[in-house]
Design a protein around this ligand. Sequence first.
Ligand code: T4K
Length: 373
Amino acid sequence: MKKLNNTIYVTQPSLPELDEFIPYLQQIWDNKILTNNGPFHQQLEKELADFLGVPYISLFANGTLALVTALQVLRITGEVITTPYSFVATTHSLWWNNIKPVFVDIEPEFGNINPEKIEAAITPKTTAILPVHVYGNPCKVERIQEIADIYGLKVIYDAAHCFGVNYKEKGICNFGDLSILSFHATKVFNTMEGGAIICHDKATKKRIDYLKNFGFAGETTIMAPGINSKMNEMQAALGLVQLKHYQENIAKRKAIVDIYRKELTTINGITILPMPEYTDSNHAYFPIFVDEKNYGMTRDQLYERLKQNNIFGRRYFYPLISEFPMYKELDSANPTNLPFARKLANQVICLPLYPEIKPACIFNICNIINNAK
Ligand code: T4K
C-alpha cells in the first residue's frame, strides 16, 4: 500500500514515540526470546485480561487466525449462523473449517445480526452462531444467548471491532462461549498485526494455546492438527506500550466523534448510528448512511466527491460477504433473505476517524457532505 501526502484515509494507526519502544526491543535483543510464549507475550496476556475485565486471553498473530482457531477450539462443524454485514474474514473462518455459513439478516439500528431471524435459520446441522459486534456496538447478547441455550448452540463473537468496549459494566468479551479480537494496524488498539481469543476457563485456554502452537501439548505430544498462529515478542512488546496510551487515544476519538455527531445530525438524507445503550464505546468507526432520495446524491457519488477532495472514507461493509463468488450460491445468500443488510451495504461510508486527525479536517469533511449536492 502506497500512501499519498495530504490525503486523509479512513484511519491512521496510533503508534507510541519510538523512544518508548526501544528499551523493549533492547530486551528482546538481549535475551534472544523472539516468540513461543516469551516474557512479553505472557505479560501482555496478563495485562490485557486485567484491562478488558476477562478471565483468560490467548494472543494470536492476527484476528483471522484467532477466528479460525476459535471454531476448532469448540469443535464446531456442519452449519453456522452468521451475518453477511462484516469484513470477509468472519465468513472465511468458516470456509477454512469446512463449515457451511448460513446468513441471517441484520437489524437496521446498529447493523448487527437480527436475533429474531436466527431461529428460522436453524437446521439439525446447526452447531453455532457467529455474530459480529459491528463497529464496536454490542449485539443483542442476552437474546442471542437465550436462543443458543434453547437449541444447544455455541456462540462465538467476532469482537474484532470491540477492544475495550464494556456492556452493562462488563467487558463485552465476557459474552458467548468465546470472543475474538483483532489488533490490526487499523484497530483502536494495534500490535501492527495481532489478535486474541477470550475464554472463560483454564482448560479452554490450555486447548487454545495448544492449537495455536501446532497442537503441541508437550514436547512429543500433538493433541490435534493445530496451526502456527502465535503472536511474537515484538508484537507483544508493542502491545504493552500501546496499552499505556489507550485511554488517551479513546478520549481523542470521542472528541472527533462528538464533532461529527453535532455537524451531521441535521443533514437531510444522512443517517448516523445512535449511541448504544449501557455501552462504554471505543469510537472505533464513524459510519454514515446515505439515502439517495432524501440526500439528492447516491452513496457512491458522495464517496467519489470526498475522494476528489483527498478524503478516502471506506464502504465498510460493501459488498456484503454473501455477494462474494465463493458464497453467493448459498441459499441463505439470496438477496431477498437479506434486505436490511443490502440496504446498509448500499448506503454506508465510514468517515475518517483516528486520534491524530485535526478537528479542522473533520469540519471540512462535514462541510463537503453538507454542500455536496
Ligand atoms: N473480523 C472483523 C469484523 C474485521 O473487521 C476484521 C478485520 C477481522 C475479523 C480480521 O482481523 P485481522 O485478521 O485483520 O486482524 C482493514 C483491515 O485489514 C482489517 O484488519 C479490518 N478488519 C478491516 C475492516 O479493514 P482494508 O483492506 O480496508 O485495509 P487497508 O489496508 O485498506 O487500510 C485502510 C486504511 O488504513 C488505508 O487506506 C490507510 C490506513 N492504513 C492501513 C494500514 C494497514 C495505514 O495508515 N497504515 C497501515 O499500516 O482492511
